[in-house]
Write a protein that binds this ligand. Structure first.
Ligand code: NAP
Length: 316
């Protein structure tokens, strides 16, 4: 069977695209590695309009239920390993050996967490080093941890970790944060958060598991912090490996180039959320949903003009 739309990504953008696509009566296939995507990592969502407070996992469960309530939406958990252009569309290959074909594709698979690349990081990954403070802080009840970074993920992560950990060192390379002021105020209000600013990690220390981190510059007379957990939240890189396989262009920063209609440079292929350059790179639940809806609308238009729609580079 040839689907109308293949959506890669089971997060806010992908599920929104599926909801719109289903309501346009398009046969829709949605696939991804994990239901909920990055939305799962939000312990508290206070900026989804109309709902004052909800957890990321609860919000994403609602998205999934909504999308899968339509008969014309098929869902699969798998990793896409390859995409190929075929006559009249595209073929996706999965890590379980299966394939699926569709007339259009919406890339909504987000980004991959960045690593620091310092000694000890890889060795202690999963043994005290993790890349999601809000997901893993719960395991460090009453212990000391370090959160690295100064964006929303790090500062929100530090605020959440401070609710359970004894002490949270927030290590950031500058003395100002790029995170939302809401989260900066939240961490500043916690007495157990210690700010280690204008400093960086040079090594993760440990034996069988993490025992501390080494700093580039001494902090309060010592160049090490004694911690049991290290949450590295230094941003992500857009997951453009699959789009590049069919020639989709990326911008100078490496993000998938899309126009205001979420069209990539390849006809019939669209992109939504933080792997793209859309919404001024502002990665939020609301922008994910907005971009997902526009991508589905563009796929619908493309299919209704009998494939006459063009990638933006072709002047479509
Ligand atoms: P981000 O905004 O890119 O921030 C990454 C942080 O890590 C920056 O503070 C950066 O420092 C620092 N950093 C980067 N490379 C580093 C390195 N090699 N060594 C030390 N520090 C390094 O990433 P993010 O916080 O993961 O957020 C990603 C996107 O998701 C953003 O658009 C964000 O708004 C969104 N998000 C939103 C929420 C929310 O709304 N609650 C929650 C999570 C994420 P500099 O500041 O010096 O560059």
């Amino acid at each position: 069977m040839m689907f109308d739309v293949l959506i890669i990504g089971l997060g806010c953008a992908g599920y929104t695209a599926a909801i719109y696509s289903a309501r346009y009566k398009l046969n829709t296939f949605i696939v991804g590695v994990e239901d909920g995507g990055l939305g799962l990592t939000a312990a508290e969502v206070g900026n989804w309009p109309g709902i004052i407070d909800i957890t990321g996992p609860d919000l994403m469960e609602n998205f999934k239920k909504h999308a899968l309530s339509f008969e014309n939406v098929r869902h699969k958990i798998a990793r896409v390993t390859k995409i190929e252009k075929i006559d009249g569309g595209f073929r996706l290959l999965f890590d379980d050996g299966e394939t699926v074909e569709g007339k259009t594709v919406i890339f909504a698979m987000g980004s991959n967490k960045r690593h620091l690349g310092i000694p000890g990081e890889k060795e202690f990954s999963g043994k005290g080093v993790t890349y999601c403070a809000t997901c893993d802080a719960f395991f460090y009840k009453g212990r000391d941890v370090a959160v690295i970074g100064g964006g929303d993920s790090a500062v929100e992560g530090a605020a959440i970790a401070a609710q359970v950990a004894k002490k949270v060192y927030l290590v950031h390379r500058r003395n100002e944060f790029r995170a939302e002021p809401y989260w900066v105020d939240r961490v500043k209000a916690r007495e157990n958060v210690v700010f280690v600013l204008e400093n960086q990690l040079t090594e993760v220390l440990g034996t069988t598991k993490v025992t501390g981190v080494k700093l580039a510059k001494p902090f309060e007379g010592s160049d090490t912090l004694t911690v049991d957990g290290v949450f590295i939240e230094v941003g992500s890189d857009p997951a453009t490996m699959i789009p590049k396989q069919i020639g989709c262009e990326v911008d100078a920063k490496g993000f998938l180039k899309v126009d205001a209609a979420q069209r990539t440079s390849v006809a019939g292929v669209f992109g939504a959320w933080d792997l793209t350059n859309a919404s001024n790179y502002f990665a939020q639940f609301v922008t994910a949903a907005g971009e997902g809806s526009v991508a589905a609308n563009s796929a619908f238009s493309y299919l209704n003009t009998a494939g006459a729609g063009k990638g933006y580079m072709a002047g479509g």
